[in-house]
Every structure is written in structure tokens, then in C-alpha cells.
Design a protein around this ligand. Structure first.
Ligand code: PLP
Length: 378
């Protein structure tokens, strides 16, 4: 059997990892400024994470949500403390798309409405409603198409207000990333997020903060939306949550009423996933990784800003996007080939940096020095 060929891949076989480094099968070492797509939050194979998973494997890996799984409650308490949303409640699932799908569904159960507002440049995953809210027609199959999703220009307050004037009483939810990741590291304006909050309150619609990529401490605040001082009704999360152990979740405000059977999943919240997620939050707290994301992010942004060959730079904390002037448009490829540094990309030649929140100053400096050397050698 062959693999179903849907990914554009580098011909590199990574078979070992530690901290911010990975190694291929030939023994070559790479600096991971991509965090395996914003997933590796506390560093590859962190000792505490590895021990938590291996200890758990001595007892039980999985049982279904038909029994008490005490580590789910422990995770909820810890998450409430670290993100500051003590009175929210947690539903666990397995991926970012599933988190968004459940958030939209919960909102719709709550207010019994059908329409969802989403924005240009947004990415919310590949399940049916999540992909219908995603701004990429090439990944929306005919069966995913729905008239219930209204797409508006991102950061455009006027069109948002007009939309609520026309459809206000039909709008169930607004789904928005605090910083668009796949869209090219585009920040939501604070005024825009505040307006979403106001309109959702006014019309009894639900504010869904897609925090799958921009959340979990990546920007130096737990949720990127926190910068606006707003509290969303539902936050969705996944990537950094398990540091590579597949896991997703939503947290919802007290106003949502749970009903048996309303949401569900076979694998979500299993024993192994929970201990992985608990260990991630323990490390985030113990090692002050939100502060590290802020200081090392600032260091990278300042370093890149100082280079005249960098055309644009956007983002906060360790969610950074930059574009080079045309003469250096191959930088991403050269970083990988000449310096063995992994970075991410987004449309229009944006280089995305999404390293572990535990990245060291030395590694950030190595990245900047490599960029400078490539510029100098051109
Ligand atoms: N939402 C955002 C903002 C994302 O960046 C992604 C994935 O890149 C998703 C949702 C979907 O997450 P997953 O691939 O885990 O389904």
C-alpha cells in the first residue's frame, strides 16, 4: 500500500529530538524554530513530560469517558489557574479542528441559532464547520459548503457592524484568531476584538477565540486575545497543549449549560493525554515559559527589525512572521539547507517562527546570526 499523497514534504527523516533540537537519520542536527508547527511548547522530549507519560504507561493508557478519569479534573484545575479562567469549564478532545467544531456546535446549542461569522485569512481546521469557516476554497469540499457561514474582511469594524445590523438575531457565533497563523501572522486589532465582544453581548452571540495556534502561552500571554482585555465566551486550544501528544480542548464560560450527550468523543481526555497536558502546564509554570516567550520573542523581533533586508515583521512573543526583500526571498530554504534550521511558512513568502516556548537566548542568537550570514554572503 502507498501513502495517500497530500503533504508537501522535505526529504528529511527526523528520528530524534531534545529541547529545541532534532536530528535526522544521518545524525545531522537541526535547530527547530518551527516547533513542529507550533506544537512543541515546552521543548522536545522534556524530562518531566517524558517521565509523566512513561509513569502513566505503567498503569493505564486509555479508558473511555464512561468512567471517572481523575486527571481530567486535575488538568481543568491547573488550566484554570494558569490561564486565569477559574470559573470556565473544560471539554477535552483531540485536535484543533475538533475543538473549533465543538465550540461552534456548543454556541449553536446555546442560542439555537445557525449563522457563524468568520474572517478573511482565517484558518480553523478541516472538519466540516471548521473548514467552512476557513478562508481557503481549495480545502472546502462541496459537502462542507454551507450558507450558515458569513465571511467578512478581517479587522474591518464597519463591515462587522453592518453584518450584525442585518443578521444580528440569526448570528450564533463569531470565530476569530487572536493572531492569524496560517494567514501569515496577522494580528487582530484590539479595537476589532473589543467590537466583537460588544456586538456579541448586544446580540446574544457567542465569541469564540480560536487559540489553537496563538494560545497556550505562545505570545507571552496565555491567550493572544488577552491583549485586548476581553474575555471570550469559548476558547479553543490544541497544538501546544500536549507538547506533541495529540490533544485538544475548549473552555467555556459559566453561562453555557451542559447536557448529557451534548458533546462527546471516544479518545478525548484519555489518561495518557491528560498526564501529558498536566506535565506541560506544570513546566510552563515552573520554568516561567510565558515570560520566556515574551523576552525571547522580543529579542528575535528586535534582531530582525534591525536588518534592512527584512521587509516586514509581525507578531508577538514566539509567534513571529517576517518577509524578506526580493533579493533574499529564498531565505527559508537556505536556512534549512545551509544552517539546518527549520522554520515555518505562510502564503506570500512569509517565514513563520513558532519555536518551543523554552527556546534559549543562545538558540535565538544562533538563528539571527545565521540569517545575517546568509544576507552577508549573498
Ligand atoms: N485553528 C488554527 C488557528 C490553526 O492554526 C489550526 C492548525 O493549524 C487549526 C485550528 C486546526 O488544528 P488541527 O490541525 O489540530 O486540527
Amino acid at each position: 500500500m502507498e501513502l495517500f499523497d497530500v503533504y508537501s514534504i522535505n526529504q528529511i527523516n527526523i528520528n530524534k529530538a531534545k529541547g529545541s533540537y532534532v536530528w535526522d537519520d544521518l545524525g545531522n542536527q537541526y535547530l527547530d524554530m518551527y516547533g513542529g508547527h507550533a506544537v512543541v511548547s515546552i521543548g522536545h522530549l522534556h524530562d518531566h513530560w517524558q517521565k509523566a507519560i512513561s509513569d502513566q504507561l505503567q498503569n493505564i493508557a486509555f479508558y473511555s469517558n464512561s468512567v471517572i478519569i481523575p486527571m481530567q479534573q486535575k488538568l481543568a484545575e491547573l488550566l484554570g489557574r494558569v490561564c486565569g479562567k477559574h470559573d470556565f469549564r473544560l471539554f477535552l478532545c483531540n485536535s484543533g479542528a475538533e475543538a473549533n467544531e465543538n465550540a461552534i456546535k456548543l454556541a449553536s446549542f446555546h442560542n439555537q441559532r445557525k449563522k457563524v461569522v468568520a474572517f478573511s485569512g482565517g484558518f480553523h481546521g478541516r472538519t466540516s464547520l471548521a473548514v467552512a469557516c476557513t478562508d481557503n476554497p481549495s480545502i472546502i469540499a462541496p459537502a462542507n459548503e454551507t450558507e450558515n457561514v458569513i465571511k467578512l474582511p478581517f479587522n474591518d469594524i464597519e463591515s462587522l457592524q453592518n453584518c450584525f445590523k442585518t443578521y444580528g438575531n440569526e448570528i450564533s457565533s463569531v470565530i476569530v484568531e487572536g493572531i492569524q497563523g496560517v494567514g501569515g501572522i496577522i494580528e487582530a486589532d484590539i479595537a476589532f476584538l473589543l467590537d466583537i465582544r460588544t456586538l456579541c453581548d448586544q446580540y446574544n452571540a457567542v465569541y469564540i477565540a480560536d487559540s489553537v495556534q496563538c494560545g497556550y502561552g505562545r505570545t507571552g500571554q496565555f491567550f493572544a486575545h488577552d491583549i485586548a482585555g476581553v474575555s471570550a465566551d469559548i476558547y479553543t486550544m490544541a497544538k501546544g497543549m500536549g507538547n506533541g501528544f495529540p490533544m485538544g480542548g475548549i473552555i467555556c464560560a459559566p453561562k453555557f449549560e451542559a447536557r448529557k450527550g451534548m458533546l462527546g468523543t471516544t479518545f478525548g481526555g484519555n489518561h495518557l493525554a491528560c498526564v501529558a497536558a498536566i506535565s506541560v502546564l506544570e513546566v510552563i509554570e515552573k520554568e516561567n515559559l510565558l515570560t520566556n516567550a515574551q523576552t525571547e520573542g522580543d529579542f528575535l523581533i528586535q534582531g530582525l527589525k534591525a536588518l534592512p533586508q527584512v521587509k516586514t515583521i509581525r507578531g508577538r512573543g514566539l509567534m513571529i512572521g517576517f518577509e524578506m526583500i526580493d533579493a533574499h526571498s529564498n531565505l527559508k530554504k537556505e536556512l534549512l539547507e545551509k544552517f539546518r534550521i527549520f522554520t515555518g511558512e505562510a502564503k506570500n513568502n512569509v517565514i513563520r517562527l513558532l519555536p518551543s516556548l523554552a527556546i534559549s537566548r543562545k538558540d535565538c542568537q544562533q538563528f539571527l546570526t545565521s540569517v545575517q550570514t546568509l544576507i552577508d554572503n549573498k
